[in-house]
Ligand binder design. Structure first.
Ligand SMILES: [Zn+2]
Length: 419
């Protein structure tokens, strides 16, 4: 999740635990410095004040810079923990615990706590102060911090499972990367099943849709899609942020379509119908499964590449690191460094697949509903205005970082689909 930005497969599992972000309506990670203000005005369907447009531009620029700053800060923190020998010191410290499992758990908890503390000033700046400055935060600092700590606690509780398995496999076999990946499949599926049921409700209230008229419209849509049994929830994300979103998450019986209260309160019925049609598109086209298996595939390659090269690095710097083998728990930060760099390089692959799914779902949303292209386009435009998302990012930024096609492209598509 967001807390331990540094990581690899753990973040991976984390993302899947909080699957909320994985198939949302609009990328949280959008925007670019190259904002053409003329484009914004000419394509705009929903009014935006000049002041808000200026905010949109500066928020976009900030986020673009921060994508890289954030990546390097998290790498820097991991390098610090590694090269100061702190990681080795923590490992020595927990060796007093006789039971191996609990010793490793203690090591992981101490390491995550240290990493959290070192990154906390940057996290407060980025996720509380800056978000607040742009008017998104609806929490006090202590509410924000206690939720963040709750997330950290859950992470410490769950992450021991992959970490323990990983170090056992590294000790046992040179095919640890393959065996770990295979083991990760059921683990991720379980996380995706329990996440929406047990974890998300710790942060927000999930309720049945209050608006009866809207509810019956959505039920009609669901029936038309052949998924009338699906659960449709409204969630009070306005508690944390004023951003607008909707998503589909979970697997098997825990699969659910979720509308945020911000969406319900600010979008018209037809705009919401299109959004729901889009979300149902993910559902019926099995995008969660496809995304999961793509993630597994990338995980296997990333672990394999790590396994090929990491021992050479350890040999070279073993005196500074104070350990000489990957099987030493103290190597955890180094493993995270390798994985986050490789995952960063794989961003375009995962995001290309995601953008393809999003486009398929946009088509589905238009097919299954009777909304006009103009109404669907207004829904996208509103997203851009409310979330200060740049509708027309630089192509390289879109290719590398965007999990959704740019809002401009999506608006053009729906407008041309049905005039
Ligand atoms: Zn989507």
């Amino acid at each position: 999740m967001k807390i331990l930005v540094a990581a690899l497969f753990l973040t991976f599992c984390g993302t899947l635990v909080y699957a909320d972000d994985s198939l949302d309506l609009a990328s949280n990670a959008d925007t670019t410095a190259q904002l053409d203000s003329a484009t914004v005005i000419s394509n705009s369907l929903y009014p935006m004040s000049l002041e808000r447009k200026e905010k949109l531009v500066s928020y976009s620029q900030f986020k673009n810079v921060w994508r890289f700053v954030d990546f390097f800060i998290s790498l820097g923190i991991l390098f610090l923990i590694l090269f100061t020998g702190w990681s080795a010191k923590l490992r020595t410290y927990v060796e007093k615990i006789p039971n191996k499992f609990f010793a490793l758990w203690a090591f992981a908890v101490l390491f995550f706590a240290l990493e959290y503390l070192l990154s906390l000033p940057f996290q407060i700046y980025r996720r509380f102060l800056v978000e607040g400055e742009f008017g998104f935060i609806n929490q006090t600092f202590f509410e924000w911090l206690s939720e963040d700590l709750l997330g950290l606690g859950l992470y410490m509780l769950i992450a021991i499972i992959p970490i323990f398995s990983l170090y056992r496999l590294i000790k046992k076999t040179s095919f640890w990367w393959l065996q770990f990946t295979l083991g990760a499949i059921p683990f991720m599926i379980i996380m995706m099943v329990i996440g929406p049921i047990f974890i998300s409700p710790l942060f927000n209230d999930f309720n049945e849709l209050e608006n009866k008229e809207l509810k019956s419209e959505i039920h009609n849509l669901a029936e038309k899609s052949g998924i009338e049994g699906s659960d449709i929830f409204q969630v009070n994300t306005s508690k944390q942020s004023s951003k607008i979103n909707a998503y589909v998450t979970g697997m098997f019986n825990s699969k659910r379509i979720v509308l945020t209260d911000n969406l319900i309160n600010n979008f018209t019925t037809n705009e919401i119908k299109f959004v729901m049609g889009h979300e149902m598109g993910h559902y019926v086209q099995n995008h969660i499964w496809k995304g999961l298996f793509a993630a597994i595939f990338v995980l296997a390659i990333a672990l394999w590449l790590t396994g090929l090269t990491i021992q050479k690095f350890i040999d070279k710097y073993k005196h500074r690191l104070q350990f000489d083998s990957l099987s030493d728990w103290a190597s955890l930060p180094l493993l995270l460094i390798y994985m986050s760099i490789i995952m960063f390089m794989f961003n375009p692959v995962m995001n290309s697949l995601s953008r393809y799914h999003e486009h398929q779902s946009d088509i589905y949303g238009m097919e299954i509903t009777d909304v006009t292209g103009e109404e669907a386009a207004t829904a996208f435009d509103k997203l851009s205005v409310y979330n200060l998302a740049n509708p027309d990012p630089h192509p390289v930024i879109e290719f590398w970082f965007y999990s959704h096609p740019s809002i401009k492209k999506r608006m053009e598509f729906v407008r041309n689909y049905r005039r």
